[in-house]
Write a protein that binds this ligand. Structure first.
Ligand code: ACO
Length: 333
């Protein structure tokens, strides 16, 4: 019987720091509004030349080096992003080429903020069935090029940042204590338009992209913030408890919680509701904003670097996002 172990992680963020004050020069917003409602103080933005696969490459190279594997050992690249280099092919293909690899399988995951946990589940299943021994899993986003940074888009634009995180998963024996214990995945497509990117798209009339679409700002993400907020807390709590129950584990047994970073208030309310001590929740949102598919592997990387995530620890992750989709994972580091 096989299981998968997360043997190493890596992350990459652009050098350019964009503070809340910087944003207030572009749109009608201010540091107090953003900090109070989201906990975000700054985020990173790429330069004009950098793409999602570039950030993914940097994170992947760091994870590969930390794992001490040869890149040729990778049999599958699972790439989670909602900000692909191009509509097709998947960003995993561009990443594979930039890594100098050919032949291994690539698979893109489009489950937005739940993308990394969906990807973790996919990687875990491929390893458990014996199909692959080594998988590269990446979550990466370049949001800054796709945000409406005028006052019209301020409710969304202030929340998101650019970044990437990567993990190497390797086959291990199912009796190894360090392993992915379980993943749980859900979606409710009836809410797809509560947090989405309307255009360009095939569902907007005769043309995939039109001048009217650009003028109306349909090429920018739209969000029903209050609805997302309420559903996020409910669904993350539910799916976290589902994971614990499946493993006959209690909340007190968890050493560290690495939640998706959408909004500090979501994670604070979640912890409060479940009576999780705040010191067990590792947050990075104040520095990076919401990097969507990258938040959890960035959290893993920073927690390892800070000495907060150590070998043998029992970790729980949960995420919620566009779709709506939500997911959890329980793993021993
Ligand atoms: N700066 C200043 N004012 C703003 C801004 C801004 N950046 N954005 C909106 N406002 C204004 C609105 O125009 C509105 O003004 P009005 O009352 O005059 O119409 C007012 O602020 C709304 O304020 P609140 O009702 O207090 O807003 P709310 O408490 O709902 O907070 C927020 C908004 C932060 C977006 C909240 O709803 C939220 O965090 N939702 C969850 C969002 C989220 O986490 N999304 C991502 C998760 S999913 C994913 O990761 C893909």
């Amino acid at each position: 019987m096989y299981a998968s172990e997360i043997v190493a992680v890596g992350m990459a963020v652009p050098d350019r720091i964009v503070t809340n004050d910087d944003l207030s020069k572009l749109m009608d917003t201010n540091d107090e509004w953003i900090t109070q409602r989201s906990g975000i103080r700054e985020r990173r933005w790429v330069d004009a030349q950098t793409t999602t696969s570039d950030l993914a490459l940097r994170a992947a190279e760091r994870a590969i080096a930390a794992a001490g594997i040869k890149k040729e050992d990778i049999e599958l690249i699972v790439m989670a992003t909602l900000s692909p280099d191009h509509d097709f092919p998947g960003t995993g293909c561009f990443l594979q080429a930039k890594l100098g690899l050919a032949g291994c399988a690539t698979l893109d995951i489009r489950q937005a903020c739940s993308g990394f946990l969906y990807g973790l589940s996919v990687a875990d299943q491929f390893i458990k069935t014996g199909m692959y021994k080594t998988v590269l899993l990446v979550g990466a986003e370049v949001h800054s090029k796709g945000l409406d940074v005028s006052t019209r888009g301020r409710d969304v634009a202030v929340l998101f940042g650019d970044g990437a995180g990567a993990a190497i998963l390797k086959r291990t024996d199912a009796t190894n204590s360090s392993r992915v214990l379980s993943t749980h995945l859900h979606a409710e497509g009836a809410h797809a338009q509560e947090l989405w990117l309307p255009g360009p798209g095939m569902n907007l009339g005769a043309e995939r992209v039109s001048r009217a679409m650009l003028d109306e700002g349909l090429i920018y993400p739209k969000m029903n913030g209050k609805k997302v907020f309420a559903h996020a807390i409910r669904r993350m709590a539910e799916v976290l408890m589902e994971g614990l129950a499946a493993n006959n584990t209690k909340l007190e047994d968890i050493d560290l919680f690495l939640f998706h970073q959408a909004n500090l208030r979501i994670n604070e309310m979640l912890a409060q509701e479940l009576k999780i001590p705040p010191e067990k929740v590792f947050n990075t949102i104040h520095k990076y904003g919401n990097t969507t598919a990258a938040t959890i592997p960035i959290g893993m990387s920073e927690a390892v670097a800070a000495g907060k995530l150590k070998k043998g620890m029992l970790v729980a992750s949960a995420a919620f996002g566009s779709g709506f989709t939500w997911a959890s994972a329980l793993y021993r580091w």
